[in-house]
Design a protein around this ligand. Structure first.
Ligand SMILES: Cc1cc2nc3c(=O)[nH]c(=O)nc-3n(C[C@H](O)[C@H](O)[C@H](O)COP(=O)(O)OP(=O)(O)OC[C@H]3O[C@@H](n4cnc5c(N)ncnc54)[C@H](O)[C@@H]3O)c2cc1C
Length: 588
């Protein structure tokens, strides 16, 4: 296999491709079934879903990826003791690589639910397998292998939208720009695509999508699947930012059947943070995406179902039942005995003419490496004075020639953490303009040519700037709750606990069994750690509610109970009877 120096295969190849010892394989035999494959027969094919982990018992298996033209490229060859799979197999999502028997092969196939149970039950072995699954995904993301091929011009708003969507969902993809890539031009000719109709996406299953919506793309690559309309979940969580993911990890690990919905990607606002420096336990800081990807994988390990992207548009109580229904934008519905609202907040937009004409291509609300690359070496304007603005400035200053930081007030110290202010003051290519107000955007075809702002003296400044970043705060994502009857505060945040009723449980809204956590909750502390803390806390309240509520429309059983350390409350673990998550096999 060709290895790029410094790539993850180069640096962590041993952890990516561990070989299980014969006694370990023997222990795992009870979890799977043994299958035989003839030489040349596929064990897994790109796009096929649900095959789980495949441990090679005898023979050799070639793992290959397909490049943009569909040609197979060898990644590695597995010997007995090695296993086929990456993180998608935890949830039975489509394979991103091909696995083909080079010789006659005998293999142990462990389906996804049993794989999850194995990861939880076998601490040391589970850790090794989980690490390998994650590192393999990282390797695929690094090389762009296994995912869709996105063909379009680098500066296009739609290319950025689709690339951002795939990156934020941790999905590998390959970008080809017809301005610089002969391969892109060859694909455009092969599929007879008019240049005006770019971008196009070639999916691993062979489908060609023309400038698709995120939802169409997600369904084509198997990122999101239909929801079982008959299933009743213990809890449905709306939002997969830090609050929703924390609630998912604790709910899943404590045996609650859990579904998480997000209309965009996992990670929420935190996933957009270039570097979180104040989260406990990460003294050197951690990128928001890295932190959130860990939580996302952790939740899936505990059997949490993810529906991303899927947007909740309405919350309703089911008459004559103790359940709630979430109506989704695509017409699907989710039924659950309790609901956790973790839908966070969204960026505010300034009142300036023609803003929407430039959004996506020249006006940005995130500062990820994608945007950094887009404005490399240029002058940019960034508006805002909070911590999110500060982090974006610190990151972008390493990429661009100059940052004009436009601040409405007299300075940064009142609204930004001191460490960020100090760092910004030490950056030679950042100029802070106080008492500044954005007054105009000039350009054509979605691309900015110039930006205007007014200073304290009333003078209007005009500069040739092609990219503007807006970090001016957020409003709660609660539009979808109109008609739900939930009590909101005057700013639209969801009220909980004693603010709605003296007898209400903490984090419970004005409706029993509906909880709100994180940034969307009235009076919450708008921080990652606070959101995570509320996500953990709400699960205790869920247990109490579910233990007291009627049994619901499906037969359910308690699978165990225990006292949480440092907590006075007895926790009861519930699980729907027909949901076999593999625990049975492990306890044999
Ligand atoms: C750029 C940036 C940097 C930051 N840096 C830091 C930092 O360094 N330290 C810190 O402590 N805090 C930081 N914050 C704040 C922190 O990210 C938030 O407090 C935290 O993310 C809130 O988490 P949450 O889960 O409550 O909501 P969010 O993170 O907002 O997540 C909510 C999720 O709900 C989804 N959603 C919304 N409506 C629906 C719907 N109808 N259906 C389905 N899904 C829906 C959204 O897509 C989103 O993914 C930063 C924020 C930003 C924007």
């Amino acid at each position: 296999m060709s290895v790029v120096p410094g790539s993850i295969i180069d640096t962590r190849g041993n952890q990516m491709f561990p070989v299980l010892q014969p006694d370990e394989v023997q222990r795992l035999r009870r979890l799977g079934e043994v299958r035989s494959y003839a030489a040349g027969e596929p064990l897994a094919k790109v796009g096929d879903a649900g095959h789980g982990l495949i441990i090679v018992l005898a023979g050799t298996v070639d793992i290959t990826r397909r490049d943009a033209s569909g040609t197979s490229v060898l990644i590695t060859t597995y010997q007995p003791g090695a296993f086929v799979g990456e993180i998608a197999q935890l949830s039975g999502r489509p394979a991103l690589v091909d696995a083909c028997a080079r010789t006659a092969v005998e293999a142990l196939v462990i389906r996804p639910d049993r794989l999850r149970a194995l990861l939880v039950a076998e601490a040391e072995l589970g850790e090794r397998i989980m690490r390998a699954l994650i590192l393999r995904r990282v390797g695929l993301i690094e090389s762009g292998a296994g995912g869709p091929v996105l063909v379009g011009h680098a500066g296009s708003a739609d290319v950025l939208r689709l690339a951002n969507f795939l990156s934020r969902n941790g999905h590998p993809h390959h970008r080809l720009d017809p301005d610089t890539d002969p391969e892109a031009r060859a694909l455009i000719e092969r599929f007879h695509v008019d240049l005006g109709h770019l971008p196009i996406i070639l999916c691993p299953n062979g489908s060609l999508l023309r400038n698709p919506s995120e939802d169409d793309l997600a369904r084509c690559i198997g990122l999101v699947r239909p929801i079982d309309p008959d299933r009743v979940y213990d809890v449905a969580i709306v939002g997969s930012g830090p609050a929703g993911l924390a609630a998912a990890v604790y709910a899943g690990s404590e045996g609650l059947s859990t579904l998480v919905l997000d209309c965009r990607s996992f990670g929420g606002q935190a996933g957009a943070s270039a570097r979180i420096e104040n989260y406990l336990g990460f003294p050197t800081g951690i990128s928001g995406m890295a932190l959130m990807a860990r939580a996302y994988n952790q939740a899936q390990k505990f059997g949490v179902e993810m529906a991303i992207p899927d947007e909740a548009v309405r919350l309703e109580a089911v008459p004559s039942s103790d359940c709630y229904v979430l109506q989704l934008i695509n017409g699907e519905r989710v039924t659950a005995r309790s609901v956790v609202i973790a839908s966070g907040a969204r960026y505010r937009r300034p009142d300036v003419a023609d803003l929407e004409l430039f959004e996506g291509s020249s006006v940005h609300y995130w500062a990820s490496p994608l945007e950094g690359k887009l404005c490399a070496g240029q002058e940019i304007a960034l508006i805002g004075a909070g911590n999110s603005a500060g982090q974006a400035v610190v990151f972008l200053a390493t990429q661009v020639a100059k940052v004009w930081l436009l601040v409405r007030g007299p300075g940064l110290r009142a609204s930004m953490s001191r460490y960020l202010v100090d760092r910004i003051e030490s950056l030679p290519n950042v100029e802070v303009v106080t008492h500044a107000q954005l007054t105009g955007l000039e350009g054509a075809n979605g691309m900015l040519d110039a930006v205007r702002w007014r200073t304290r003296s009333g003078e209007e400044v005009r500069r040739a700037i092609r990219h503007v970043f807006l970090f001016i705060g957020a409003t709660p994502n609660t539009d979808w709750l109109s008609g739900s009857g939930l009590a909101l505060d005057p700013k639209g945040f969801v009220m909980t606990g004693s603010d709605v009723d003296p007898d209400r449980r903490p984090l419970e809204t004005s409706r029993r069994g509906v909880f709100a956590i994180g940034d969307v909750r009235s009076k919450s502390v708008k921080r990652v750690a606070a959101a995570v803390g509320e996500g953990a806390q709400v699960v205790a309240a869920l247990h109490t509610f579910l233990a007291q509520a009627p049994a619901g429309s499906r037969e359910r059983r308690a699978i165990g109970s225990g006292r949480q350390e440092g907590d006075q409350m007895t926790i009861v673990h519930y699980q729907t009877v027909e949901h076999d998550d593999g625990w049975a096999a492990l306890s044999q």
